[in-house]
Design a binder for this molecule. Structure first.
Ligand SMILES: [Fe+2]
Ligand SMILES: [Fe+2]
Length: 403
């Protein structure tokens, strides 16, 4: 097997070859699909602000084209919005002032070429049932543009009912490689069109500007961290890759996530003053605690878990150790008999699987398998189901508030 350091070196060599300019590289990749095609492609949804009142639509074209979205309650599209271009071929339009808990029809593009009719639904204001998918690690190995594993998991997830996807990072092997990003999106068309896709930075994104260009999030300053409320769920997304060097060698260049860090202070503020009846969910790439034999505990990430304990975070979702793990309730890094945070690693979206130390006493369940996780929230009851790509549930958990 190729040495990890050699892989990383080759990755950066490919960066030099592929992207003298990040933007133009993406445009070159876009032109691969078919010369002269100005039809919207790789359409994906996300939200940059309140998901009950806004939606952002991002797509690309192979030749320069306008950036418009027509939308409304039906296919007569009584409203329209114009967007900016993130590059000459990558388009982004923000829809604001939307009604909560409402399904909208839309099409994107311009008179040079419109997409088909698609729909999206805005978030409810409060206690309506909601559900979301959690998954991570879809990458293939260096230089491989075959994302068949990712496509299988993404298509399976897309067949479920859910309101948004949380993807915990490592979407591609090298975040600077525009060809991989194209393959990633091409393999997940159904998932991307179904509901907003909220991205998290993994080490394999290598802090690439392409990641921040392709995904619109509430993270306006490109810090890699952000949060949002969806119904009665608060989601905080963290960045374990606080520098390029951290992405390459975290044991030598630890993440800046200690009490004096900007991210720590941001999360402390973010988790303060949330209503007691709100579920608190954190998503990050490298797991503070893991029984994975490939990576294991990420000690540089652990300092920020103080805040999970202090603010009674219910669930922490991670990636990085390819496979599935669900911990027992934990406080201060140790299993507790009382109330604690449950750490779930849901990192089986197509990347090569890693072996796990299934005898780790912190575990409730672990399996090295391809899968996705579906979380359903019905007021004070939260149900988690981990599913194989064929839809079979192999692990489940129900949490009840007030018990
Ligand atoms: Fe990974
Ligand atoms: Fe990773």
């Amino acid at each position: 097997m190729m040495n990890r350091k050699i892989k990383i070196f080759l990755c950066f060599a490919s960066v030099i070859v592929l992207s003298l300019s990040i933007a133009s590289a993406y445009e070159n990749a876009a032109s691969f699909k078919s010369i002269g095609d100005n039809m919207p492609d790789n359409i994906h949804l996300s939200f940059k602000s309140d998901p009950s009142a806004s939606m952002t639509i991002v797509w690309d074209t192979s030749i320069p084209a306008g950036s418009f979205v027509q939308y409304g309650m039906d296919q007569h599209y009584k409203m329209a919005a114009k967007g900016g271009k993130r590059s000459s071929l990558l388009h982004e339009v923000d829809l604001i002032g939307l009604e909560s808990n409402t399904t909208y029809h839309y099409r994107c593009g311009s008179e040079d070429g419109w997409s088909q009719d698609h729909t999206f639904k805005t978030a409810p204001l409060e206690d309506d049932n909601i559900s979301f998918i959690v998954m991570g690690d879809s990458r293939n190995d260096l230089g491989k543009l075959n994302f068949d594993g990712w496509k299988r998991v993404a298509d399976a997830a897309a067949s479920d009912d859910f309101d948004f996807t949380l993807f915990s990072g490592d979407m591609v092997f090298c975040g600077f490689n525009p060809l991989e990003w194209k393959a990633f999106f091409d393999s997940a068309t159904m998932l991307m069109l179904k509901a907003p896709f909220m991205a998290v930075l993994g080490n394999h994104e290598f802090c690439s500007p392409l990641y921040f260009t392709l995904f619109a999030t509430p993270d306006a300053k490109n810090k890699g961290w952000y949060s949002f409320n969806y119904g009665n769920v608060h989601v905080a997304v963290l960045n374990t890759e606080t520098s390029l060097l951290t992405s390459i060698k975290p044991n030598l260049f630890p993440a800046d996530m200690g009490p004096d860090s900007e991210q720590y202070r941001w999360l402390e503020d973010d988790l303060s003053n949330l209503p007691d009846d709100m579920w608190k969910v954190v998503v990050l790439h490298r797991p503070p605690y893991s029984c994975g034999k490939a990576h294991g505990d990420q000690t540089d990430v652990q300092p920020i878990t103080e805040l999970f304990d202090e603010h009674n975070v219910d669930l922490v979702f991670c990636g990085h150790d390819h496979g599935y793990q669900r911990s027992k309730p934990m406080v201060d890094g140790k299993v507790t008999e009382g109330k604690g945070t449950i750490y779930v690693i849901s990192a089986g979206a197509g990347a090569p699987l890693y072996p796990l130390n299934e005898g780790d006493e912190r575990l409730s369940y672990a399996k090295s398998c391809y899968h996705y996780t579906l979380v359903e929230v019905d007021g004070n009851v939260l149900t988690l189901r981990a599913k194989y790509p064929d839809g079979e549930v192999f692990d489940s958990l129900t949490l009840k508030r007030g018990s």
